[in-house]
Design a protein around this ligand. Sequence first.
Ligand code: HEC
Length: 103
Amino acid sequence: MKRTMLFALACAIGLAQAQAADTAAGKSLYASNCAQCHGPTAKGMASFPALAGKDADYLQSRLETYRAGEKVGANSSLMIPNARNLSDDDIANLSAFLSNNAQ
Ligand code: HEC
């Protein structure tokens, strides 16, 4: 009986870790740090690319590239400082939120 309880507990912890991305946290971070350029619904504006609905893996790899200070396009110098202080969790949360169409 005790073993079954422990097993169930271990499974619950495993599940909680598997769904690590917190879209609510991604949403509030986006609103305070990103929306002024990428737009309130992440649909993009002028030379700021749309983010909403893009693949989470794609967004994550882009953010990691900018965080590393590497250029991607002509306007990377505008984006790099905004990725510099993001944690792995921030990037996962932002990517999960944005790939879900950022509503
Ligand atoms: C000062 C304006 C500005 C802010 C603030 C900003 N960005 Fe950007 N972002 C840009 C620009 C400009 C580009 C295009 C850069 C290039 O040419 O490489 C870009 C590109 C991106 C890309 C790559 C898009 C693609 O399709 O390749 C992602 C992802 C991104 N930004 C996410 C974010 C997130 C998340 C935040 C908030 C933490 C943020 N940005 C804040 C200006 C900004």
